[in-house]
Design a protein around this ligand. Structure first.
Ligand SMILES: Cc1ncc(COP(=O)(O)O)c(C=O)c1O
Length: 366
C-alpha cells in the first residue's frame, strides 16, 4: 500500500511556494518510500563511517539491469556516484576543452543545457520534433553536427525529461556517435518509469565503446534526497578517464544511498508496481481533462511522471499566470521552450483534481 506524504515540511517541492499554491513542479513524488528501503536505511545507519560499496550492491544493479532492461553488464562497469547531474558533468569534463561542442537535444532538463558551459564547451541545442506521434531528432542534421571536429559529446535524457517519452532512435544515435568518435552520455534516470507503450531502449544495447550511461534508483523509488546514482561505462580506459575527471571534486558515494538503491532493486519491486498503477491512473485523469481543452496542446506521455504542455495559443507566459491561480508547474523557458510548462503528476488524486480545477479557471480567465 502506497503511503501518501500529506505533510512535507522539509520538501523543496512543498516549501518553495506559499501554502496556498499547489506544487506540481520539481521531479519527486508525494509518496513515502517503500518500508523495506526505510528499514535498510535504519540498519545501515548503525555504521556511518567511510565504507566501500559492498559487492552485493553491484550485483543488485547487474541483476536489475538484466531483468528490467535486458542489459547485460559486468559488475566492474558500475561506478557509484553522488547524483546524475554530477555524473554527466564529470563525463563531459573528461572529454571537453574550451571551444569544444556538445550536442544537447531540446527541450531538456535545464542542468543539461548548462553542463557543457560548465566545462568551457558550447551547448549545441538540437530541437526534438514531434513527427508521426514520436519525439525525434533530424538524423541528417545530427550527423552533420557530430562530424564537426570540435564536437566531443552528446548528452541526452532517455526517457526524455520534459516530454515524458522514451527515445525511439537510440540505435541510430549511438551509431552516429560511434562513427564520429563522439562520447554519448545517456542519462537514464527515469528508465524504470515506463507507464505504457514502447519499452525503454537503453544505450547499453548498442555500441558500448564511446558510452557513459547514468542511472539511479532515485526517481524510481523516490529517494532522490540520498544523492546516489551510478555510472555504467563498459570501456575500461574511458571509465578511468571519467573517474579521473571527477577526482577531488565529485566526492564518494553515500553509504545510505548505496544500501537503499541495492535494497530497492532487491525487494521494492511490488512498491514500484503499485506506484506505476497510481501514476497510470493519474495520467488517465490528466489525459481526459486535456482532451476537453481546445487551445492547450498536450502530447502523449509514455514514461516518467511528467507531462509537457504547449500553452502558446493561450499565453506566452503560462508559468506566472498559473501561479496567480494557485498552481506551480515548471516553466518551460529554462528547458529551452518558452510558452510551455511541465506538470508533475506524481501526487495524490486529490491534489491532481484540485490542480486541474485551478488550471481550468486559469484558462477561462485568458
Ligand atoms: C533527467 C534528469 N537527470 C538528472 C536529474 C537529477 O539527478 P540527481 O538528483 O541524481 O543529480 C533529474 C532530476 O529531475 C532529471 O530529471
Amino acid at each position: 500500500m502506497i503511503e501518501l506524504l500529506s505533510q512535507r515540511p522539509n520538501a523543496m517541492k512543498w516549501q518553495k511556494y506559499s501554502a496556498d499554491i499547489l506544487p506540481l513542479w520539481v521531479a519527486d513524488m508525494d509518496f513515502a518510500p517503500a518500508q523495506v528501503i526505510q528499514q535498510a536505511i535504519a540498519e545501515a545507519s548503525q555504521d556511518l563511517g567511510y565504507q566501500l560499496p559492498p559487492e552485493w550492491a553491484d550485483e543488485q544493479v547487474v541483476r536489475w539491469l538484466a531483468s528490467e532492461h535486458n542489459c547485460h553488464i559486468e559488475p566492474s562497469w558500475v561506478v557509484w556516484q553522488g547524483g546524475v547531474i554530477s555524473g554527466f558533468n564529470t563525463a563531459l569534463a573528461s572529454v571537453c576543452q574550451s571551444g569544444d561542442e556538445v550536442v544537447v537535444p531540446t527541450p531538456t532538463y535545464p542542468p543539461m543545457r548548462q553542463a557543457p558551459v560548465n566545462h568551457g564547451a558550447r551547448c549545441v541545442e538540437m530541437p526534438l520534433e514531434y513527427i508521426d506521434g514520436i519525439w525525434q531528432l533530424n538524423l541528417d542534421k545530427l550527423a552533420n553536427q557530430l562530424a564537426r571536429p570540435q564536437c566531443k559529446a552528446m548528452l541526452i535524457s532517455n526517457p526524455m525529461n520534459p516530454t515524458g517519452c522514451v527515445y525511439q532512435q537510440i540505435g541510430e544515435i549511438s551509431k552516429l556517435c560511434h562513427q564520429h568518435n563522439v562520447l554519448l552520455v545517456s542519462d537514464e534516470i527515469h528508465a524504470d518509469l515506463v507507464l505504457a507503450g514502447k519499452a525503454h531502449d537503453s544505450a547499453l544495447h548498442y555500441n558500448t565503446d564511446h558510452l557513459v550511461v547514468l542511472m539511479a534508483a532515485s526517481k524510481t523509488f523516490n529517494i532522490a534526497g540520498l544523492a546516489t546514482s551510478y555510472m555504467i561505462c563498459p570501456n575500461a580506459k574511458l571509465r578511468k578517464r571519467v573517474q579521473k575527471a571527477g577526482a577531488g571534486i565529485a566526492g564518494h558515494a553515500n553509504v545510505l544511498g548505496v544500501m537503499a538503491t541495492a535494497t530497492a532493486y532487491q525487494a521494492a519491486k511490488p512498491w514500484l508496481n503499485e506506484v506505476k498503477t497510481l501514476l497510470t491512473n493519474n495520467l488517465s485523469v490528466l489525459n481526459r481533462w486535456q482532451e476537453t481543452q481546445d487551445s492547450l496542446i498536450s502530447y502523449p506521455v509514455n514514461a516518467t511522471y511528467l507531462a509537457w504542455m504547449d500553452w502558446r495559443q493561450l499565453t506566452d507566459t503560462p508559468y506566472p499566470h498559473l501561479l496567480s491561480y494557485g498552481i506551480a508547474l515548471s516553466d518551460g523557458a529554462p528547458f529551452g521552450a518558452p510558452g510551455w510548462a511541465r506538470l508533475n503528476f506524481a501526487c495524490s488524486s486529490d491534489t491532481l483534481s484540485q490542480a486541474l480545477q485551478r488550471m481550468q479557471q486559469a484558462i477561462e480567465a485568458l
